[in-house]
Each structure stands twice: as structure tokens, then as C-alpha cells.
Design a protein around this ligand. Structure first.
Ligand SMILES: Cc1cc2nc3c(=O)[nH]c(=O)nc-3n(C[C@H](O)[C@H](O)[C@H](O)COP(=O)(O)OP(=O)(O)OC[C@H]3O[C@@H](n4cnc5c(N)ncnc54)[C@H](O)[C@@H]3O)c2cc1C
Length: 397
């Protein structure tokens, strides 16, 4: 691809590395390394530290407050952030709805929402899925009935990640019934403090509160909070999903994970007292994962370089490969953790390591990550659904 050899990228990499070493809050990196569950306030500090350099919304164009980087610069930045061990940002505002607002929103909406996304004073939730509409999202039933200058929303959204942190939620809701179920859906933004919205926690397999059900009972949303045209929400929704699916790759984090796995396998003894790395079976698994990550990296750069010319099939193929690779990596961590991973649910607060001094510090968070990462091949469109998208594209050729 050649992007590794742009002369200015070396200086850029040094600048980013120096930022993470000298100007970024080191206690946040330490919390991630220690497997501490981050709070909303931690995430605000993370995102505000990035934005102090204008490096939060790295895919946004300059005119909306992004750095206007090309794919190679974004890749180097993410590589350095992952190398430093900084937490991933909360994606719903910056990665998902932000681009929809600056691409399809009106000037007033851009002025209202983009600054508070960039300074992380307002968080967002994604209100797409419903109890009976996940893979088949177009079957969604939430209604938005027009009443003067408002829509009145009724229905439920489910699996809303970080809905309990959100100040706003972007929702797909049915503003009319049409023959084609993708028609008549609108893209509406509701303030979470609106009367009639209630948030109900769902605890996931890892024992943590990431997810929620959000109920809407006669919630009034001003028409001015609809993005784009009434009834055309499906178009904005699929634009958003393309970006969402591309955001799962995390190549640099996978490379860091592979390095850590090798270090652990060189240190931890197997049943024969020898370091686990001497096991040919484990060595083969590590090599296979590393090859997978490197080929994924090349595919990602190819897709990012294609920009808007990237086909939905390419994006879907990447989503499948990236999420399956993440799961295989998490399985290797669990293999190294052994039974020590089982105490993942006892990991509370800063002091968990001191309370369990005989437990390898990596083991409980690795088990929790393994359990949560089962979801990677479900959210953003399940693997089977991505395969259907690829097949439809092939069928058309
Ligand atoms: C951790 C997590 C976080 C999430 N966060 C959010 C969020 O913030 N906002 C949001 O709106 N949603 C969120 N989701 C919801 C997610 O998008 C849905 O779970 C997903 O789209 C699958 O829908 P479903 O759960 O209803 O499963 P279903 O659609 O019922 O699917 C069940 C199974 O059937 C398979 N299947 C379904 N249809 C087909 C088909 N046509 N062909 C072949 N196989 C098929 C699926 O692949 C899956 O294996 C999240 C989900 C998880 C697990």
C-alpha cells in the first residue's frame, strides 16, 4: 500500500506517541491496564484529553472540528493510542451520530449538537434495535405520531449500550406505514430527560451494566429534532451502520494483544513446568492469530483507502473478519488464564487486585472480555446478516 513510507508519517507518529506519553492522563492508562471498569467521568476525561489536541473525532472533516486526516494518519493515530493502552472512546456520538448530523443535518442541528459531542459534555445512545426487530431492523414498531410541532413516540428500544450515560438518543421510529417496510421510518433525536423515557438496566454475561432497555411512553420530540426528511430514516440509518461496521477493526489493539499473549505465554508455566510458549499447539494458535491480524490490517487499509467507493460487501467482510479475530484472541487469553479467570465477577473497584493477590492480574478481566466479546459477532449486524449482504452483492454482479 505504501502508506507506511510517507516521510511525514514518521514525524506524525512521534508527535502522537509523545502526546500519549507526556500529555495524556496516565492514571487512565493505568486503570485500563489494571482491568478497572471505567466510569462515565473516566470516559469524559479520556475524550477531553484527546480533544485538547483536536484528536477526538479523527474521521471528521476539518470544517466540523475534525483533523481532516487521511486513512494513513488515522491508522497511525489509532496504532499509537492502542500502543499506549488508552481506552477506546464511547462510539455512539463521535463515530455514529456525528457523521449523520454533519452529513444530513441542517445548520441549526450542526450548531446544536456537534460542539457538545466534540467537548464530550453530552453523550448519546443508539436507539435502533427493538425486542422484535434486531437483524430484521426494518420491522421496527416504535411509532412517532405527528402532533403539531412535535412527534409523540411510543415503543421500546433494547440493548441500548450506555443508554444510562446518554443525554440524547437517536432513534429510528415509524412516522407512517408504507408497503415497503424500510419506508416510513424517520431518524429522530430525543433528549433522555424527556418526560416518558425510562431506562432499565440489562446486565451482560460479564456481570457489568453496559446495556439497557429504553421505554418511550408518549414522549414528545420536537419536529426540529428530526434529521433529514421524514420517512427517509432508513437511508441515514444504513449510512451510519457502514461507519459503525468499519469501526470494529481495532487492528493496533489486536497487535498489542498478540504481543501481550506472547509475553504471558513466555512467562506462565504449563503442567510440565515449562513456559507455555513451548507448547507447539499454543505456538501454532498464536501464529495463526497473528497472521489473521496482519491480513486484516491490509484489508482494512484497502477499504479505508477506497473511502466512499468501498462496497457494503467489503465493509461486511471486514466486520466478520475483525470480530471473529477479536473472539479468537479473547479465547487465547482465557486459555492462558485457566481457572483464575473464573473470579471475573468478584472484580470490583480499584482494590480488586490487592484483595486477590494470588490471581494473575490479567486473568479476570480477560475472562470478562471473553464473555462480552461474544457480542461482537451480534451487534452492528450479526455475522449471518453480513453474509447475506455479501451474497446479495455477489448475486447482483
Ligand atoms: C452487547 C450488545 C450491544 C448492543 N448495542 C446496541 C445499541 O447500542 N443500540 C442498538 O440499537 N442495538 C444494540 N445492540 C443490538 C444488536 O444490534 C442486535 O442484537 C443485533 O442486530 C441482532 O439482533 P437480535 O439480538 O434481535 O437477534 P436476532 O435478529 O433475533 O437474531 C438471532 C439469530 O438469528 C440469526 N439471523 C437473524 N436473521 C437472519 C437471517 N435473515 N439469515 C440468517 N440468520 C439470521 C442471527 O444472525 C442470530 O444468530 C447490541 C447488542 C449487543 C449484544
Amino acid at each position: 500500500m505504501g502508506f507506511e513510507f510517507y516521510p511525514e508519517l514518521g514525524a506524525f507518529r512521534d508527535e502522537v506517541r509523545s502526546f500519549f506519553e507526556n500529555d495524556y492522563p496516565q492514571d487512565l492508562i493505568a486503570r485500563v491496564k489494571a482491568g478497572v471498569i471505567l466510569s462515565r467521568q473516566d470516559q469524559v476525561r479520556n475524550q477531553q484529553a484527546l480533544q485538547s489536541r483536536g484528536w477526538l473525532a479523527i474521521s471528521w472533516p476539518r470544517e466540523y472540528g475534525g483533523p481532516g486526516w487521511d486513512a494513513a494518519h488515522r491508522h497511525v493515530f489509532e496504532e499509537e493510542a492502542d500502543r499506549a493502552g488508552a481506552p477506546a472512546i464511547v462510539p455512539m456520538a463521535v463515530l455514529y451520530v456525528g457523521p449523520v448530523i454533519y452529513t444530513f443535518g441542517n445548520e441549526e442541528q450542526k450548531r446544536r449538537w456537534l460542539p457538545s459531542i466534540l467537548d464530550s459534555t453530552e453523550f448519546w445512545g443508539q436507539g435502533y434495535s427493538e425486542p422484535e426487530a434486531g437483524s430484521d431492523l426494518a420491522s421496527l414498531r416504535m411509532t412517532a405520531e405527528r402532533d403539531g410541532d412535535n412527534y409523540v413516540l411510543n415503543g421500546s428500544k433494547i440493548w441500548t449500550s450506555y443508554g444510562h450515560w446518554a443525554d440524547w438518543i437517536f432513534c429510528l421510529a415509524r412516522t407512517s406505514r408504507e408497503e415497503r417496510k424500510q419506508d416510513g421510518i424517520s431518524f429522530l433525536c430525543a433528549e433522555m430527560s424527556s418526560p416518558g423515557i425510562s431506562v432499565h438496566p440489562i446486565i451482560s454475561l460479564d456481570g457489568i451494566h453496559h446495556l439497557n432497555r429504553v421505554d418511550f411512553d408518549n414522549v414528545r420530540v420536537p419536529v426540529s429534532q428530526r434529521i433529514g426528511d421524514e420517512g427517509k430514516g432508513w437511508h441515514y440509518a444504513t449510512f451510519l451502520l457502514q461507519g459503525e461496521r468499519l469501526s470494529y477493526a481495532h487492528i493496533a489493539r489486536k497487535r498489542e494483544d498478540m504481543k501481550l499473549l506472547r509475553q504471558l505465554a513466555s512467562r506462565l508455566p504449563g503442567d510440565d513446568g515449562q513456559p507455555l510458549i513451548h507448547s507447539p499447539v499454543l505456538a501454532a494458535k498464536l501464529a495463526a492469530c497473528e497472521i489473521e491480524v496482519e491480513t486484516l490490517g491490509i484489508s482494512l487499509m484497502r477499504t479505508l483507502s477506497a473511502g466512499e467507493a468501498a462496497s457494503p460487501a467489503q465493509v461486511s467482510a471486514l466486520k466478520i473478519a475483525a470480530t471473529q479475530s477479536a473472539q479468537r484472541i479473547s479465547e487465547l487469553f482465557v486459555e492462558l488464564a485457566g481457572p483464575q479467570g473464573a473470579v471475573f465477577a468478584e472484580r470490583h473497584g480499584e482494590g480488586w487486585q490487592a484483595a486477590m493477590p494470588l490471581v494473575e492480574p490479567f486473568a479476570p478481566p480477560a475472562m470478562a472480555a471473553y464473555l462480552f466479546e461474544r457480542a461482537q459477532t451480534i451487534y452492528g449486524g450479526a455475522t449471518e446478516v453480513q453474509k447475506n449482504i455479501i451474497w446479495r452483492m455477489l448475486d447482483r454482479q
